[in-house]
Design a protein around this ligand. Structure first.
Ligand SMILES: [Zn+2]
Length: 220
């Protein structure tokens, strides 16, 4: 199993040479006497990755700290042997990666509880842009409160993703009707394919087309 994870990590490592999560055991880069290592007693106490050998400043634990943390009676030379076996590039990479991550810290990463909802909320707050149709709706007499309800409609009316997206597109007037496709030169005409009488825009497609109104009469 360990071997499997190591091989899996190895594939990943082609892109990311080393992280705190790099596994110590059976790692082809960490060898003593030219052999990879695996100490069952350390493993059983929870030593799996480089992180388990680091203190909070990302320095390797001293022999005393290591013994204290894991309550392990291990030989001083064995411990030093393992630490020395970890390549310098690994040690440098860990420090470098953390420095870079600190630099790239995003506002939502400072949230105490990093739930998906919390991250989404923070993200939405930073990137939210008002709908382009808002000014048009205000000009047509809608109050901000009504507009808010209007745009919530897509998400409260159904939980089915496809229908939600259709509702969303309708409200934002981005449904690809024949009229829109024709304007974008993606259709040869803008005439409704159901009644073949008039141009198909959103209003025609959903309400005024005679074929559609027949459907509404039966449905409602
Ligand atoms: Zn029609």
């Amino acid at each position: 199993m360990l071997q499997y994870w190591f091989e899996f990590k190895d594939v990943q490592n082609n892109k990311m040479p080393c992280t705190k999560k790099t596994i110590v055991w059976n790692n082809k880069d960490i060898k003593i006497d030219n052999k990879t290592i695996f100490f069952r007693t350390w493993f059983d106490k929870g030593v799996y990755t480089l992180k388990d050998l680091l203190d909070k400043n990302l320095d390797f634990l001293t022999y005393e700290e290591f013994k204290l943390r894991y309550q392990l009676q291990t030989n001083f030379l064995t411990y030093c042997g393992v630490i020395n076996a970890i390549p310098q590039e690994y040690k440098k990479a860990i420090k470098r990666k953390v420095a870079r991550q600190e630099h790239l810290t995003q506002p939502w990463e400072n949230l105490k509880v990093q739930t998906t909802k919390a991250i989404h909320k923070s993200f939405a707050k930073h990137v939210f842009e008002e709908p382009t149709t808002k000014q048009r709706l205000i000009a047509n007499g809608l109050t901000p409160d009504q507009i808010s309800k209007y745009f919530h409609l897509a998400f409260s009316i159904t939980i089915e993703a496809k229908l939600t997206m259709f509702q969303y597109k309708t409200l934002h007037d981005i449904v690809f009707t024949k009229s829109k496709l024709f304007n974008a030169k993606l259709a040869s005409s803008d005439i409704c394919y159901l009644c073949s009488k008039t141009k198909q825009d959103v209003k025609h497609m959903l309400v005024s087309c005679p074929v559609v109104s027949e459907f509404w009469k039966i449905f409602l």
